[in-house]
Every structure is written in C-alpha cells, then in structure tokens.
Ligand binder design. Sequence first.
Ligand code: NDP
Length: 692
Amino acid sequence: MKLENYITGKWITGDGDGQSLYDAVTGEEIAKATTEGLDFGSILDYGRSIGNPALRRMSFHERGRMLRALATYLNERKEKFYQVSYKTGATKTDSWIDIEGGFGNLFSNASLRRKFPDLPYCTDGDPVSLSKGGNFMGHHILVPKEGVAIHINAFNFPVWGMLEKCAVNWLAGVPAVVKPATITSYLTEAVVQEIIASGILPEGALQLICGSAGDVLDHVSSQDVITFTGSKSTGLKLRSHPKVLNESVPFNMEADSLNAIVLGEDVDPGIPEWDIFIKEIRKEMTVKAGQKCTAIRRIFVPENKMEDVWKAIALSLKQTTIGNPLNEKVRMGSLAGQIQRQEVKQQVQKILASSQIVYGSLDSVEVLDADPDKGAFLSPLLLLNEKPFESTAVHEVEAFGPVSTIMPYKDLSEAIELSKKGKGSLCSTIVTANDKIAKDYVVSAGTHHGRMLVLNAECAKESTGHGSPLPMLVHGGPGRAGGGEEMGGIRGVKHYMQRVAIQGSPTSITAITRIYQQNAKGNTDGKHPFKKYFEELQIGDQIITGKKLITSEDIDRFADLSGDHFYAHLRDTDFSNTMFDKQVAHGYFIMSAAAGLFVDSYEKNPVLLNYGIDELRFTKPVYAGTEIHIRFTCKEKIPQDQKPARTAEGVQSGGDENDLPKGIVKWLVEIIDETNEPVGIATILTMVKRKP
Ligand code: NDP
C-alpha cells in the first residue's frame, strides 16, 4: 500500500517504489511512502493562494470554532487511530498522549479564541501616547502572514506533532503544509484522511507530504514560516538553506535536548518527595520508550544519596513490563523502528565510554507477546557517571530511547552548573519540599531551560509531569534545544502573524483596531448606549453625562455605609505629613457616583449585568466641593457563543433557551472634574443582549 499525499486539493500517490515502512512491533512491512514526482513549488503556491485567503478572511472566533468542530469530529473517530498507533510501538498510554493530546491541543486553542477579538487581526500590547495634545498616538497590530506554515516533524509524535503546530497556525489564519517524519507517517496520513473528509477546514488549509521533503525549501518565501523538530544536524542544515536565509524565513527549531531532573538536598527516603522523584524518572524513561524530546536524560542527586537512588530507580524499572502494546499488561512498547534502535545503541556506547550501566542491558530484553529481535525493543538503561564535571559525553550525546544517566552533586550550586552543561534544554525538574531551594534552582538555572517544574507532595497528584508540553505554556528551549519557542497560548499564535507598529490620530487608530482609543472622536447620536442591543452598538458610541457635586456629607455617608473609615476620608484628621490637604473622597465612592451618572435607570434595557472592571485608576484626589462628570464610551465588543441546547439523548439542537444570546461590551469611563482634568479612568464590562 502506498501512502497518499494530500496536495493541491487532491489525494495523490508519488511515483517510484517508495520507502518501505514497517510495523515497529512485528517488523512486517505495512506501507510505502514516496513523494517522487510532486511539484513542491505548486504545493506552497496552492497553500498561499487558496488556503491563506480563506483562513485570513475568518475572524479568530470563527477559526476557534473551526478548531473545536475538528477536535470533536476527530475525537469521535479516535479508536481507528489507536489501532494504527500500536504499529509505531506505542502503548495505549503513549498513543493517548499522541492522539488525544493532539486533539486536546485543538480544544485548548479553540478556547483561546476568547482572548482575541472577533476580527481577522488583533492588537498587541498597550496603546502608546506620542503627543502632549493627545492627537497623535501609536499602537501595534498583528496581521496573519500571507504565506504557509511548513512543518517538518519528528517521528515520535505523528499526531500531536502535527496538531500542536497546526492548531496555532490555523488560529492565526495561516494554512499548513505538514511533512511528518517518513517512518511513522502512516499514522499522520490516517488522521489527515479524516480531517479532509470532515470538510471542516477550508480548502488549502492543510496539505500533507508523506515521504521526502524534496526541494520544498527552494520554494519558500518571506511570508512563510518553517518549524522543524528532529535532530540538530538536520535542523542546522535546513536552517542554513540559502533560500531560507535569503528570504529571512522565520525558522523555529526544536532539536536534541538533554533534560535534567534534580533531587533537592532536603529529600530523604521516607518523605513523599523521594517516591515522587523515583516515579517521575521511571515514567520519563519508559513512556514512549523514552522517545520524547522532553524525556529526562540526566539525573542529579546529592552525592551521599546516590546508591539509594539508583537502587530505587532500578527496582522501579524492574516492574515495567515490556512488549507488544496490544497486550494490556505491557507498560513499555518498542522504539519506532530497527534503525532507531540501532541509533540509540550507538549513542549509548558513546556515553558508556565514561560511565557504566547500573540497570538494563544493551544486548537483551525480556518481552511479552512479541519477538525481541523482529520488534524494535530495548531494555530501559540506567547509566551511572560518577565524575560529571570530567566525563562530559553525557551532557552532549542524546540517546533517544529509554536511557538516562545518574550523577552526583555536592551542593545546589554544583547541581545548577551541571544542569547548564546540557547547553540548553526543553525542560528541567527539581523535586524538593523546600521552596527556597526551588527558587534558587529556578532563578539560577532558568537561563538554560525552556520550562521548569517544581515537583513536591503539594502538587504531585495533579502535576501534568516533567515531560508534557502544554498548549498554554511555552515549549522550546535555548541553545542545543534549538533556540525555538512554540505554543504558549497567545505567544505561539504571534509566530504566524506580522507585528506592525501603527501611528496616527486616536480616531484613525480606533477605526483600525476596532477598540476605542482615548481622545478619539465619539459618536453622540442622542440615544443612550444602554438602550442599544449588542448588534446596534458601535465602537465610539458616547455620552457626556450631567454633573454631580461631591460633598463632605456624601463622603461621611459612604464611609459609614461601606465601613471604610481610612483616615484620609475623615473630616477631623490632621492632614500634616499625609498625601492629602483635607478630607478626600473614597475612590470607590467616585466610581459608584460615576455609575450613578452614566447608568440609564429604571426601565429594563438590553444591558443584562455589570460584569467587572478591567482597569481602574484614580489619578487626582477628589475633595469635597469637586464637581464631576463622565465621558462614557463604547470601547470594545466581544461576541459570546450561546450554549448549545441538548435533547434528552444528548444531541445538540440549536441554542439553549436559558442562555440568552449576548455579548460582552467594554466601556471606557473617564471621570472628569470641573477644571476638565481627569480624576479617574476605568474600563468596565457589561453583558448586553442581542436583538430578539
Ligand atoms: P531527523 O532530523 O532525521 O528528521 C526530522 C525531520 O526532518 C523528519 O521529518 C525528516 O524527514 C526531515 N528531514 C530530514 N532530512 C531532511 C532534508 N534534507 N530536508 C527536509 N527534511 C528533512 O530526525 P529523526 O526524526 O530521525 O530523529 C533523529 C533524532 O532527532 C532523534 O534521535 C533525536 O535525537 C532527535 N529528536 C529530537 C526531538 C526534539 O523535539 N528535540 C524530537 C524527535 C527527535 P524523513 O523522516 O523523511 O527523513
């Protein structure tokens, strides 16, 4: 069976015999992959000219709902993917991380849409004031790039590797061309078959190449983005491709990473953190048979606890049943193929030049329900290096399998130094019940690790673990780890967008950003904005309220009512050596008095409720005798999805009657005194009904 490539809107098989792909457990050939004869230039052009305009037209909210629909669709078909995943040597748990972890990523990014406006583009950061008179200002916006995201992925996560990246470029409004590592591309193809069949993505949003990447990099342009996960040598070669350099194509690289775990000096046998440490190491060595870019490769332990620790790890590893992932008793499957097994063994030999094996064997492994020679099985290998400052291969060589090395340290400063010898990693963990140790490690070693986990009894039960990159946290690391960064919520989306600094009048910047900027022209059409439905409200709808005199009696009454008798709000305070000249009004009283001025009272109106305050600043003391008024402006509108109604059978059917169709409206409240100076400013939020 030849795998198909999904390109230029069609499923196409490449020419020639192709590369044979094998079941990692039985060694049987299961498919062939070839991209011979494909025109890579036209693949990228198709993405740019068909997929890109379709996605960039959609708003973040539409793209987010698309991700949610896709995740739901794929989740309903997950069993099919598990059956294919077992052929990669992955156990059920390994497959769950890859398959449902990938769908989880789509769901997380779907929810992330709420942090963005209902527009195809968004602002970045805060407005910048650029003039005294307030009529010239700056801001930043992010617009989707006009190219394609080219993802060149590693073999270890055929599903997650694709979806953790695509979720983000799709949310940003950019299409993808995915090139999974060839040896496990049959699983990626199975998922893409379903994605395309779903019809949920616009045409051109996803293309798949199963096999060699050919001359794809000869056709990249400055609006494209390349991401790479794999070996450092390939990454460097691709990153320095002349076309990539000439066109300044952003290149996000994730390569070898020698991740470290540290046992805090405070942890002894008998306290919970001891067992947590041992368990975490076993998990990291055996999940995916250690074929995780984040797996723990280096273990640092106080020198007087070395023997106790390695014996405990060995005992724990002994309980791991290795074999055919289809057997329920199996806890660790095989490597992805014979070539990978050979490569891991070669790498281990390099590390062994200056260390020794204290658990496992390079030559034999006991397996359940499988042939240890035909399948790519390898025993977990715990290595011991007693001189980690002198024997440095362990800090340089990555054995991409169930392999880890234990090493001693004298004090925390040594542990920090040793962790940095990896020259940059994706993640590092410290197991300690002492937060001073945790702080010292994180702050000092933080320069060399992309993510850090402080693990102890308080969080262990709920911890997502050392090895799990999470959609809302940054994944990537400095130096050897490639210097890349992906995911991380909003941060990840920005990699696929162009940041543009914009300058102009507040009125122009309001029109561009669709967020009201202070000093922009407002529209006062006479109708109170609280009388308008969500659809009717326009950014910039404004009222200037009547005036209210703040009296000493008001301040006294507010102090009594709220119980806030702070000295500055009392008439008979001696105000020498204070910030004030005399009795000053409570900030919250001024805010409440402001609401009294801008709220349109008595009659029911489309405003459903007050939802909160985003920002609130009191900029000038308000003394008794001050007269305030309010400039109240519609600042931003954020639509909300109506909850779906469910029938008795749980089937979705239209909107839930109990959940009114509505949106969030942000309002700028400028509180101004009789000298026309601002005394306070706030952004308040309300829920506003949609038209019946
Ligand atoms: P490779 O670097 O060989 O391959 C990674 C990806 O690059 C694959 O999709 C591969 O495709 C592709 N590729 C290789 N050569 C080219 C080229 N000339 N042009 C375009 N694409 C190319 O890494 P592996 O996946 O084989 O993994 C090897 C090692 O990488 C591991 O042993 C481990 O050390 C490291 N690794 C690191 C990871 C991390 O996240 N830090 C994750 C996985 C692996 P093809 O399969 O068709 O060759």
